[in-house]
Design a protein around this ligand. Sequence first.
Ligand SMILES: Nc1ncnc2c1ncn2[C@@H]1O[C@H](COP(=O)(O)OP(=O)(O)OP(=O)(O)O)[C@@H](O)[C@H]1O
Ligand SMILES: [Mg+2]
Length: 354
Amino acid sequence: MTATKTEAATGDVVLEAENLTKHFPVRRGLRDLFTRDRKAVHAVDDIRLTLRRGRVTALVGESGSGKSTVARLLAQLYSRTSGDIRLHGESVTMHGGRRFRAYCRQVQMIFQDPFASLNPVHTVRYHLTRSLRIHGRAGKNAAELEQNLADLLSKVQLTPPERYLDKFPHELSGGQRQRVSIARALGADPEALLADEPVSMLDVSIRLGVLNLLRDLKERLNLAILYITHDIASARYFADETLVMYAGRMVEGGDSETVTQHPAHPYTRLLIESAPDPDRLDRVGDPREAPEDQAGGEPPSLIAPPTGCRFHPRCVHAMPKCSTDLPPRFELPIADAQQSHWAACWLYEEGAAK
Ligand SMILES: Nc1ncnc2c1ncn2[C@@H]1O[C@H](COP(=O)(O)OP(=O)(O)OP(=O)(O)O)[C@@H](O)[C@H]1O
Ligand SMILES: [Mg+2]
C-alpha cells in the first residue's frame, strides 16, 4: 500500500524515469523502400529523472530538445521506445487496466496553451464536473458536487466560484483560463503535476501569479511538480532542482541555485549567457567574459544526431574525445552535502567522484 497524501513526507519519491527513450519513426519515401535503413527522430534518449513530493523539478532546454516528449511519455500519452517509468516504485507498462487508470489519475498534465486545452463550447462548470466525475470525486448529490466545484476553484484562487462557474473559456483572461486548466487537473486529486511551459503563452504580468499559485499548491497539497520551460531564469526562481536537456539528452542537473549560479556544462553556460541580463550589458563583446558566447551554430538534426556528446559541434571546449565517446554523468564537488550537482561533460572527468 502506498502512504496517503497526508502521511507522505516531503521529499518522498513519487515518480521515477530510467533510461527513458523515444524515437519517432520517419515516414519512408519511395526511394527509401529499397534501402534497409529505417530512419527515426531521436527525440529523447536515456533520460533519468525523479520527481519528489513537495518539490519542483525544472526541465530546461531550447526548442526541440525533447522536453514535451519527456512530459508526454511520463503522462503515458506516447508509448516509449524503451526505458522504465515507476510510480511509487512500481513499473507502469500496460495500457489499460486498474494500475494504468490509477497512474493516469495520479499523474496529471497541464498544457502550454489553456485556450487549446479547454473546449470552447463548454463552460468552466462542465470541464470541472467532468474531471470530478471521471475520477469518482463528484460527490453523492448535487449539493456535494457544487461544494467540490467551489473547493476546486478556490484552490486556484478563482473566487467567488459563482463568478466563474458558468463562464465559457473565451470569457476568461489567459491567466484565469490556465487556472481553470490547473483546477481540472486537481479534480483528479493527483500526486504529480507535469506542467509543460504553463506560463509561456501568458502575459508577462500574470506569469508570476500562476507560478506562485503552482508553488502554493506544491506546498499545500504536497505535490511533485515537473516544470518544463525554456527560461532558465524562471527555473531558478521557481524550481528546487533543475535539469538541462540538449538535443534529446540530459546534460546537467542539480539544485536550481547551483545549476543557475555555477553552471558547469558549456551548453548550460550558453543558455544562461543568452538570457538578457542588465548586469552583463557593459561586458557584451568582451570575449574573455563568456567564451560560450562565441559558440555559434544550430541545434543538430535528431535524425542523425552527432556521435559522442551531442553538443560537441557547437562547443568551444570540444576535445577529440567529445566527438567519439558519450560522456557519462560526472558528480561535481559541492559545499552542501545535502545537494547534488552533475554534468555529462568530459571536462569534468578528472575531478569526478565516482
Ligand atoms: N509526434 C511526433 N512525431 C515525430 N517527431 C516528433 C513528434 N513529436 C516531437 N517530435 C520531434 O521530437 C523532437 C523534440 O520535440 P519536443 O516537442 O519534445 O521538443 P520541446 O523541447 O518540447 O520543444 P519546444 O520548446 O519547442 O516545445 C523535435 O525534433 C520534434 O520535431
Ligand atoms: Mg514543448
